[in-house]
Design a protein around this ligand. Structure first.
Ligand code: COA
Length: 331
């Protein structure tokens, strides 16, 4: 018989970054920009780009195998696969279904979550809820995107920011009461839909020769608006998640923020009064990998020995929608 109210614990993490590196110097050849501009405005030095002929699920598969190995579980043990992404392999069905087949996770039900750069946090919150209700005992939660597929490589305002990658976390149910996901908080404000979006390719404006000619299948963004709302929103939601978990900001040993822009991260850390030594940053190497950003940074932080058992970490993310969220976890 199952006891009531288990908590979701992280059993393993994994990540995958495509091999192809695109440096700022390479972008200087595509658009009117400079390594100096990109570095000072964003902190990004290089990003990874998924090779042609591969899809998002190919990256997610490798990240998931590593997470399963780390957790000491097999794909057949998984009861759910939930994938945050805005770049699925097909318009439908979900990339989570493609991944389920690649892994041979026959017992799992699988679906994608579209919350842009916040997709991993939404997927994590859903899986956490399923585990806490007792509906499932294991889940694979993935954040994975290939935003290179949605970039206009002639738009210097966007093509310098993004990269491809995939991060995965295996969750299990625990009754010890001490460890696991302590809180998750999510929010959206749909009045900002057009501040960061892909104008065509959906039901409103299906693909046509005209839409392709007008570059409407690539990211359109108001960078200044995103910047302003991102800092404020991530601070607010982080405080809410900490309050709900009854954790003081000083008790957090590592903040793992969405890796969009170093200036956003330092502004956020300043507002939260967290020293940068307690903030995970890897965007210099990967840029903004959308839904993959937080789980990739989480996996790297663990592998770098920056997270020990008992540590409390704060995750937060912000992206198109606008959609944002935070989670507090005790390892
Ligand atoms: N290289 C060189 N110059 C560039 C450039 C580039 N890649 N991109 C823009 N510029 C130019 C602009 O055209 C502008 O020139 P102007 O003054 O002659 O008009 C100038 O640099 C300043 O542009 P601005 O947009 O004011 O720069 P900024 O300081 O706001 O930085 C971003 C731009 C995009 C880096 C910044 O707004 C940002 O990071 N926003 C958040 C975006 C984001 O994170 N999105 C994803 C969220 S999930």
């Amino acid at each position: 018989m199952r006891r009531s109210h288990p908590r979701a614990v992280i059993l393993g993490t994994g990540s995958e970054l495509p091999a192809k590196v695109v440096t700022n110097a390479a972008l200087e050849k595509l658009v009117d920009t400079s390594d100096e501009w990109i570095t000072t405005r964003t902190g990004i030095k290089e990003r990874r780009v998924l090779e042609e002929g591969k899809g998002n699920a190919d990256m997610a598969y490798r990240a998931s195998l590593r997470a399963l190995k780390d957790a000491g579980l097999e794909a057949k043990d998984l009861e759910a696969i939930i994938m945050g992404t805005v770049t699925p392999d097909y318009p439908f069905p979900s990339s989570a279904c493609v991944l389920e087949d690649m892994l041979g996770a026959r017992k799992a039900f699988s679906f994608d979550v579209n919350a842009a750069c916040c997709g991993f946090l939404n997927a994590l919150a859903i899986a956490d809820s399923f585990i806490r209700t007792g509906m499932i005992r294991t889940a694979l939660v993935v954040g994975s995107d290939a935003l290179s597929r949605l970039l206009n490589w002639k738009d210097r305002g966007t093509c310098i920011l993004f990269g491809d990658g995939s991060g995965a976390v295996v969750l299990g149910a625990s009754h010890d009461g001490a460890h696991g996901i302590l809180s998750t908080r999510l929010r959206t404000d749909g009045s900002y839909v057009k501040a960061l979006y892909v104008p065509a390719g959906g039901s409103l404006k299906p693909a046509s020769l005209e839409s392709v000619k007008r570059n409407e299948h690539t990211i359109a963004m108001n960078g200044k608006e995103v910047f302003k709302v991102a800092v404020r929103s991530m601070e607010e939601i982080s405080r809410e998640a900490l309050d709900e978990a009854e954790v003081k900001v000083d008790e957090v040993s590592l903040v793992i923020p969405h890796q969009a822009n170093l200036r956003i991260i330092t502004a956020l850390a300043g507002r939260l009064k967290v020293p940068m030594s307690k903030v995970m940053v890897n965007l210099d190497r990967y840029g903004n990998t959308s839904a993959a950003s937080v789980p990739v940074a989480l996996d790297e932080a663990r592998r770098e020995g920056r997270i020990r058992r008992g540590d409390i970490i704060l995750l937060n993310a912000f992206g198109a929608g606008f959609a944002w969220g935070a989670a507090v976890i005790r390892f």
